[in-house]
Design a protein around this ligand. Structure first.
Ligand code: FAD
Length: 404
C-alpha cells in the first residue's frame, strides 16, 4: 500500500505539537511526514514580549526544530508557504511545491491593524523573533541617540503601547523593568521617559477578573505607565499617534509605537480560498476545514466556538497545543484506517498574565493568583510548554528557573 503523504505547515505550538506526537504514534513505514516552516527554529510566541522589551535575549525564546523532530520519520523543509490549493491537494512554497494526502495548516497569527491609518507603516508589532529583535533595537537606539542631539527631543523617549489586552500588558510589565536599565546605560533622566498605554475598551484586560485588573493597572502605574483607557488610536504617523476619546482628539508624539491590540490568522488562509474570518477557519469538531476532509487547521488559524458563551475561544498557545495532540491522533487514525476520529474539546486550565519577571496575575483551576505566586506559575506554564514538545532535556536547555 502507498504510504500517505502528511504535510504539516508551521512549526509553532500547534504544528510542532502535531509533529512530535505523530512521530511517536506512527512507524517509519506508515507515512511520509513533512514539516514546513519559514525558519529552521521554533520560537515561543508567548515569550516574545520579553525579547521585544530586551529583558530576555531572543536566542532564549527559540530553539532548533532539529532538536525535537525525529529525522528518521520527519522530513523538515525550510521554506515559506505561499498558498494551499486544497482542490488539488497541493501546497505552493516560495521555492517549490508539495503534494499531500493529509494536510495540517498551523501557520499561526499575524498583526491585525483593522485598517487604522499608518499603523502598518509606522508601528511595530510583537509578531515573531525578527520583529521582537527590531523593537528591542529600536527602543535602545532612541535612548542611545537622545544625548547625542544638541536639541534634545524628549519624544524619543516616549513609548506608546496600543492595546491593554494580554500582549500589551505583558509587554508593559517587561518595559517598566527594562527602562530603568536603559536610563542607567545611556545617562538618561528617568523623568523624561513616558510609557503610555492606549486602550479603546472601557477597561484594561477586558474579560479578566476586575480585582486582578486593578492589581495589574496599579502596579504598572506605580512603575510609571500612563493609561489612556476608552481612547482609540485613530492614526499612526512618523511622529507618533493621534488618539480620540469621544470628541476630544489628541496628538501624542512618540519615538516608538508598538501595536499590541489585534491579531488575525495567517494571510495564507485567505490566499488559499478557505472560508474564514480574519484568517481563522471555523473548523469541524475533528479540526477539519469545511469541505475538505483531509485538511486539518490548528492554532490561531482555526476558530472554535465556546458553546457556553456562544463566542469564539480567544486564540492561545494552550489551545493550539491541545489541538496538536488531537490532530496527531486523528492523523494516525486516518493513516492506519483504523479507529475513530476524536472530536476536539478545549480543556482550559487557566490564564496567567505576567507583569515582569517577578509579578503576574491569573486564574488557575478557577482560583485567583497574583504576585510572586502567580509569577512562579507563569514560569511553570512556560516550562510545561517546553516539556510537552521536547521533554525534560528541552526544559533543562531553555526553561525558566529564576523564581526569585
Ligand atoms: P505560532 O506559534 O504563531 O506558529 C506559527 C509558525 O508558522 C511559526 O513558526 C511561523 O514562523 C510559521 N509560519 C508563519 N507563516 C509561515 C509561512 N507563510 N510559511 C512557513 N512558515 C510560516 N497564549 C497563551 O496560551 N498563553 C500566553 O501566556 C500567551 N502569551 C502571549 C504573549 C505574546 C507576546 C503573544 C504575541 C502571544 C501570546 N499568546 C499566549 C498567544 C499564542 O502565542 C498564540 O496563540 C500561539 O502562538 C498560536 O500558536 P500557533 O501554532 O497557531 O502559531
Amino acid at each position: 500500500m502507498k504510504k500517505p503523504n502528511v504535510v504539516i505547515l508551521g512549526a509553532g505550538y500547534g504544528g510542532l505539537m502535531t509533529t512530535v506526537r505523530l512521530q511517536k504514534m506512527v512507524g517509519v513505514n506508515e507515512a511520509n511526514i513533512t514539516l514546513v516552516n519559514k525558519n529552521d527554529y521554533h520560537y515561543e510566541s508567548t515569550w516574545l514580549h520579553e525579547a521585544s522589551a530586551g529583558t530576555l535575549h531572543h536566542d532564549r525564546v527559540r530553539y532548533p526544530i532539529a532538536d525535537v523532530i525525529d529525522r528518521s520519520k520527519v522530513n523538515f523543509v525550510k521554506d515559506t508557504v505561499v498558498k494551499v490549493v486544497p482542490e488539488e491537494n497541493r501546497v505552493i512554497l516560495e521555492n517549490g511545491e508539495l503534494t499531500y494526502d493529509y494536510l495540517v495548516v498551523a501557520l499561526g497569527f499575524e498583526s491585525e491593524t483593522f485598517g487604522i491609518k499608518g499603523l502598518k507603516e509606522y508601528a511595530f508589532s510583537i509578531a515573531n523573533v525578527n520583529a521582537a529583535r527590531q523593537i528591542r533595537e529600536h527602543i535602545e537606539y532612541q535612548f542611545a541617540t537622545y544625548n547625542t542631539e544638541e536639541e534634545k527631543r524628549d519624544e524619543r523617549l516616549t513609548i506608546v503601547v496600543g492595546g491593554a489586552g494580554f500582549t500589551g500588558i505583558e509587554f508593559l510589565g517587561e518595559l517598566v523593568n527594562r527602562v530603568p536599565e536603559l536610563c542607567r546605560e545611556y545617562d538618561v533622566d528617568p523623568h523624561k521617559v513616558r510609557i503610555i498605554c492606549v486602550e479603546a475598551a472601557p477597561t484594561a484586560l477586558p474579560g479578566f477578573d476586575p480585582e486582578l485588573v486593578e492589581y495589574a493597572v496599579n502596579l504598572l502605574e506605580r512603575k510609571g505607565v500612563e493609561f489612556k483607557i476608552g481612547t482609540a488610536i485613530k492614526e499612526c504617523t512618523p511622529e507618533g499617534i493621534i488618539v480620540a476619546k469621544g470628541d476630544e482628539v489628541e496628538e501624542i508624539k512618540a519615538g516608538t509605537v508598538v501595536w499590541a491590540a489585534g491579531v488575525r490568522g495567517s494571510h495564507v488562509i485567505d490566499e488559499s480560498g478557505f472560508e474564514a474570518m480574519r484568517g481563522r477557519v471555523k473548523v469541524d469538531p475533528f479540526l477539519r476545514a469545511p469541505g475538505y476532509e483531509n485538511v486539518f487547521i490548528v492554532g490561531d488559524c482555526s476558530l472554535i466556538i465556546n458553546e457556553e458563551t456562544n463566542r469564539p475561544y480567544p486564540p492561545t498557545a494552550q489551545i493550539a497545543m491541545q489541538q496538536g495532540e488531537v490532530c496527531a491522533k486523528n492523523l494516525a487514525v486516518l493513516i492506519r484506517q483504523q479507529g475513530e476520529l476524536q472530536p476536539f474539546k478545549p480543556d482550559i486550565k487557566g490564564t496567567v498574565c505576567s507583569l515582569g519577571h517577578d509579578d503576574a496575575i491569573g486564574v488557575v483551576f478557577g482560583k485567583k493568583v497574583w504576585g510572586s505566586k502567580a509569577s512562579f506559575m507563569k514560569k511553570m506554564v512556560d516550562n510545561r510548554a517546553l516539556y510537552l514538545i521536547g521533554g525534560p532535556s528541552l526544559v533543562m536547555k531553555k526553561g525558566k528557573f529564576n523564581f526569585l
